[in-house]
Design a protein around this ligand. Structure first.
Ligand SMILES: [Zn+2]
Length: 222
């Protein structure tokens, strides 16, 4: 029985494919009636055998033909690979860009270091001066910068009428008022304004801020 089992078991595939001689097929069927193990194995083999039987033997001769739909499947697979690979390439590009930016940053840092290392003339000293507010809302202070070309007035304050043109003039020792520029008032907002005059610091004795009506709203006497 076990020998028969071993022998016939090897024929199950051929049996499933219907390739056995009638006598052998009869022996296998007889064995299957009494052998659950072989019936189970045949049950597993049968679906594969059915698919094998569906293959046209003529198609196996000559040039293999891709099954219909394979082209589409391959294209889909390629597209999937592209999706998987392209982001990596993009990431690589981003890395290169990041490296480029890092290199640029290093170069910039070098430039800044060079800039910091270059001899820097001492900044001109700021000379703080008091500013007298004439108009009620005005608060102001100023620093003078004595340039070779004239005195600069760095005016900080608030309360200059919003939208109104204010003119600044530096007063010389001789009492001449020399225009130093103008600015628009921004009301209660803080205002920082640099005004340049052609009067040298040594010749300047003060400045005035005049509003659009010609009224002095702030003045300073150095
Ligand atoms: Zn068996």
């Amino acid at each position: 029985m076990r020998d028969e089992h071993r022998e016939l078991r090897e024929l199950l595939g051929a049996h499933a494919l219907g390739h056995l001689e009638p006598a052998e097929a009869a022996r296998v069927r007889a064995h299957l009636d009494g052998c659950a193990e072989c019936r189970a194995e045949l049950a597993e083999i049968a679906p594969l055998a059915a698919r094998l039987a569906a293959v046209d033997p003529d198609a196996l001769d000559g040039t293999p033909t891709p099954p219909p739909g394979l082209g589409a499947a391959v294209l889909a697979r390629i597209a999937e690979e592209e999706r998987r690979v392209v982001p990596l390439r993009r990431a690589a590009v981003r890395r290169r860009v990041a490296l480029g930016a890092a290199a640029a940053g290093i170069a910039a840092a070098g430039a800044v270091t060079g800039w910091l290392a270059r001899p820097v003339p001492d900044p001109p000293p700021l000379e703080p001066v008091t500013v007298q507010a004439v108009a009620p809302d005005v608060e102001a202070r100023a620093d003078l910068v004595p340039h070779t070309w004239g005195v600069e007035v760095k005016l900080s304050g608030r309360g200059f009428a919003a939208g109104e043109v204010h003119r600044v003039a530096v007063t010389t020792e001789d009492g001449v008022e020399v225009p130093a520029g103008e600015f628009l008032g921004v009301g209660p907002q803080p205002l920082d304004c640099n005004l340049n005059s052609s009067v040298l610091r040594a010749d300047a004795v003060g400045f005035e801020v005049v509003d659009a009506d010609g009224d002095v709203v702030a003045r300073s006497d150095f």
